[in-house]
Design a protein around this ligand. Structure first.
Ligand SMILES: [Zn+2]
Ligand SMILES: [Zn+2]
Length: 137
């Protein structure tokens, strides 16, 4: 499979493409991911570092690695703060935030991890709450 999957940050300063396919699609509910995302979990795709090509704005990408953490890091646009792809500290993988993509990644979530650390409100109530296609009336 040789699909090209495009992505960009919210303000559009940073654009990139991924040479598919992705290998894994993981939803992480750990406390670090909750804090870094401001939400219940992050949705991360994984592939090899050489599958990424920055198309524009690479100089606007900043990386943050959490002091004392083996793995935790994130990259983001310095203008809008959107999460962007980054290479793992050991250089063995590329993490791509699923929400940064324009196209279907071709994979669907394969696992929820660190479920023991879920936010107290991250339970069945997420699905049970009424769904609206836009702002509710
Ligand atoms: Zn941006
Ligand atoms: Zn996590």
């Amino acid at each position: 499979m040789t699909d090209i999957i495009h992505g960009h940050c919210l303000c559009g300063a940073v654009t990139f493409e991924i040479q598919g396919p992705f290998k894994r699609f993981i939803l992480c509910h750990c406390s670090r991911c909750q804090r870094a995302s401001g939400s219940a979990h992050v949705s991360n795709l994984f592939c090899k570092p050489d599958q990424l090509k920055w198309l524009g704005g690479e100089d606007q990408v900043r990386r943050f690695d959490l002091t004392g953490a083996d793995r935790f890091g994130k990259s983001f646009c310095t203008n809008c703060g959107s999460p962007l792809p980054h290479v793992g500290k050991d250089g063995s993988y590329l993490l791509v935030p699923a929400g940064s993509l324009d196209d279907d990644p071709g994979l669907r979530p394969q696992a929820h991890i660190f479920c023991a650390n879920r936010a107290v409100w991250d339970d069945d109530s997420l699905e049970r709450a009424p769904h609206f296609d836009q702002y509710p009336e």
